[in-house]
Design a protein around this ligand. Structure first.
Ligand SMILES: CC(C)(COP(=O)(O)OP(=O)(O)OC[C@H]1O[C@@H](n2cnc3c(N)ncnc32)[C@H](O)[C@@H]1OP(=O)(O)O)[C@@H](O)C(=O)NCCC(=O)NCCS
Length: 207
């Protein structure tokens, strides 16, 4: 069984400008202007890494700490800034020169072969507290799906903690369902569905 497919191998080699073909440069939502960009790990500056980490830490620290994942910043940073990670970044445009614009939301993704499918795996999706419920999360999911389609992936996949009720509602509203590979469907020796796992794997099929 090949560990990667031709489509995944090709997608992994895509540069930031190759990926940017599916990314609109800017969007206006609720009278606010947002710029959008895509970067590889090598394109991400140190201060951007710090900002990305802080947004993650602010939202996820308590949830991770209480979960089977545990709170391990070094392990999480290694995952987030892995050489194969790709970053879809939204900034609020606060002045015409964009000099003062900060990262307000982002998605981190990789192209992977999972369960014999070519998938765009979304490792993180984060919207800063002050920018939530404007539709930015939904916009990022749609752009991720467009990137997935462009590179021949069959689904967008992600892992979500069951205790993260807001995220589960959000993913349901953006068309994700529990993937058949999720531990929710794994059975014990008596054929009963296991319930003890504190996360689910969700996916959204791509056309
Ligand atoms: C989950 C998250 C990404 C949603 O981003 P967002 O930009 O606020 O979401 P949107 O504005 O695009 O919401 C789209 C729809 O999702 C649903 N939704 C979003 N947030 C919700 C919440 N807190 N509770 C219930 N439903 C929610 C709603 O149906 C919403 O549509 P509506 O606003 O018209 O009712 C954001 O809350 C976040 O960053 N949370 C912390 C990080 C996190 O949990 N990430 C997911 C890790 S797996």
């Amino acid at each position: 069984m090949p560990r990667s497919s031709a489509a995944v191998r090709r997608a992994k080699k895509a540069t930031a400008s190759d990926l940017a073909v599916s990314v609109p440069p800017a969007r206006m939502i609720c009278d606010k202007n947002f710029s959008l960009s895509v970067k590889t790990t090598t394109d991400i500056h140190g201060d951007e890494q710090t900002h990305i980490w802080h947004i993650f830490e602010e939202s996820m620290h308590a949830l991770y700490r209480a979960s089977s994942f545990g709170w391990n910043p070094q392990k999480k940073k290694t995952e987030m800034f892995h050489p194969l990670s790709r970053f879809l970044i939204a900034r609020e445009i606060t002045d015409p020169t964009h000099t003062g614009s900060h990262i307000i939301a982002y998605a981190i993704f990789r192209f992977e072969r999972e369960e014999r499918q070519d998938v765009l795996y979304c490792y993180e999706l984060q919207v800063s507290t002050r920018a939530r419920r404007f539709g930015l999360g939904k916009l990022l999911v749609h752009i991720l799906s467009d990137i997935g389609v462009q590179w021949g992936m069959t689904r967008v996949m992600l892992t979500a903690l069951k205790a993260n009720h807001a995220a589960l509602s959000f993913y349901k509203s953006t068309g994700f369902t529990i993937d058949e590979s999720s531990p929710d469907f794994s059975k014990d020796s008596e054929g009963e569905t296991r319930d003890e796992c504190d996360y689910s794997i969700l996916s959204r099929c791509l056309p």
